[in-house]
Design a protein around this ligand. Structure first.
Ligand code: SAM
Ligand code: SF4
Length: 467
């Protein structure tokens, strides 16, 4: 690539790279650079994968629960309103999907090292339903003895009976979406529990001392001033869960929040510069408290927080997916389970895997995965990224790395590139730059790689796995 081709990926050199390096963060979607498989090729490809695929490493399992009590204004994950009846029918189908697939050779041929029950809101389900799903998974799939089993939930409707049932059924990690502890900020977004209830809830789960407890906090929400953000961080540290995720608000088009701001009903959202400053406040606060930053958005306070699923999914590990809206990966193939509930039901009752579509990657995918996984944890060893034909990444990316170093985004020691706090904030832009360099390498020229489905229109696919 010439210097001119690389120019869009160069950072602005200024006094404060965290605020100034770029004007926007690029989206890096998990299925980027994967080509949709022709619709008529999907059934045979799926059948072949289920009968003979082998994973070199342990697998993951993702189970999606696409129901929520309400649509929180900021959220792009909302799909269906929770009702006891729709959830009950859904759990019947989910159990059927898992059990049916378990009869094939492949789901049982490799140990599972992490299971993630995500949503939507899994904690909206009843204690019996949660227990039934988890027992089905344990009965049907070969979970490793130290398998991490995460249950995602929110505060309302997550009662002690559900928590007991989940722990009894093997959950050893609970991820709670708190977003903010501030009552006014929470209520404005449709979060019904107030500050004291939120603090009491997280503290009570932590006090059970039976699972790693991690909480999600958002920064950049309307009305969440710097003072409120500092208070959110202080409260989180005082409660002392095992881990915390800090997510900068992404104003997603089509969400109620974006529409409300567009209609002038809400003040404008925080700017990217404000969000950068809030990120720095979070990084510095948690470092001062002795928490370990284990990825760009995740911190661990205790060794009980292993974060296996989230780290391994970024590495591109194989992941079996179940439930409407889930996404999975097997080798070079990724797939999505029907997001439409009627389509999902019809396929499951017909004894078929309810696939929305499949995608296939080329031989550069291991390099892309290694880059994504390395930048996610803030450290990339360029020597260890294998390219076809013995090509090396280090030489190709040298001008970029030097520019980012000069801009204060990375530190370089030999072939190892480490992200500064500013580099961590802008890491999706760095991934995009690497992607663009890899796109210059022609995978069609690599033996054993076909140029799959070059001209097939994009399939709709959504990431249900948390990023
Ligand atoms: C898949 S959501 C499920 C959360 C869970 N149902 C709850 O209500 O807490 C996981 C996390 O994504 C984060 N998230 C959701 N919408 C977001 C957005 N627009 N920008 C940044 N993070 C977001 C939130 O912190 C949320 O806890
Ligand atoms: S934040 Fe959670 S409960 Fe609220 S809409 Fe999103 S997934 Fe549903």
């Amino acid at each position: 690539m010439t210097a001119a081709d690389l120019a869009p990926y160069f950072a602005r050199i200024g006094d404060d790279p965290l605020r100034d390096a770029f004007t926007a963060r690029r989206a890096v979607l998990p299925w980027r650079h994967k080509r949709p498989l022709a619709e008529d090729a999907v059934p045979a490809t799926w059948a072949r994968l289920m009968s003979s695929h082998r994973s070199p490493n342990k697998r993951l399992v993702y189970i999606h629960v696409p129901f929520c009590a309400n649509h929180c204004l900021f959220c792009g994950f909302y799909r269906n309103a929770y009702t006891p009846g729709s959830a009950a029918s859904y759990v019947d189908l989910l159990v059927e999907e898992i059990e049916h697939e378990a009869a094939a050779p492949v789901p049982g041929n490799q140990e599972i090292e992490a299971v993630y029950l995500g949503g939507g809101t899994p904690s909206a389900l009843s204690a019996k339903e949660l227990s039934r799903i988890l027992r089905t998974v344990k009965r049907s799939l070969p979970l490793a003895p130290d398998c991490e089993i995460t249950l995602e939930g929110r505060i309302i409707h997550f009662d002690p009976e559900k928590i007991d049932a989940s722990l009894e059924a093997g959950v050893n990690r609970i991820s709670i979406g708190v977003q903010s502890f501030d009552t006014a900020v929470r209520r404005r977004q449709g979060r019904r529990a107030g500050k004291e209830e939120a603090i009491g809830f997280v503290g009570a789960i932590r006090d059970r001392n039976r699972a790693a407890v991690v909480i999600d906090l958002l920064y950049g929400l309307p009305g969440q001033s710097d003072r409120i953000w500092s208070e959110d961080l202080r409260i989180a540290a005082d409660i002392a869960p095992d881990g915390v995720d800090l997510y900068g608000l992404n104003l997603i088009p089509g969400t109620p929040l974006q529409q409300a701001i567009g209609a002038g009903k809400f003040p404008a959202a925080a700017t990217l510069k404000d969000i950068g400053a809030m990120y720095r406040a979070g990084v510095e606060f948690l470092a001062a408290k002795g928490w370990a930053q284990i990825s760009n958005s995740h911190w661990a306070r205790t060794p009980r927080e292993r974060n296996v699923y989230n780290l391994r999914i970024k590495e591109g590990a194989d992941c079996l997916a179940y439930g409407s809206g889930a996404g999975g990966t097997l080798g070079r193939y990724s797939y999505s389970v029907a997001a439409d509930l009627d389509t999902y039901r019809d396929a499951v009752t017909a004894g078929k895997k309810p696939l929305d579509g499949m995608r296939v990657s080329n031989s550069l995918q291991p390099a892309r995965n290694a880059i994504t996984a390395g930048l996610e944890v803030g450290r990339l060893d360029l020597e260890r990224i294998a390219l076809p034909h013995g090509d090396t990444l280090a030489a190709r990316v040298a001008p970029l790395i030097e520019q980012w170093r000069a801009a204060g985004l990375v530190l370089v020691a030999g072939h190892v590139v480490s992200l500064t706090t500013a580099g961590r904030f802008w890491y999706s832009n760095l991934i995009s730059a690497f992607d663009s360099i890899l796109s210059e390498i022609d995978p069609g020229a690599v033996p054993g790689v076909s140029a799959d489905a070059n001209h097939i229109p994009e399939l709709h696919q959504r990431a249900s796995q948390p990023s």
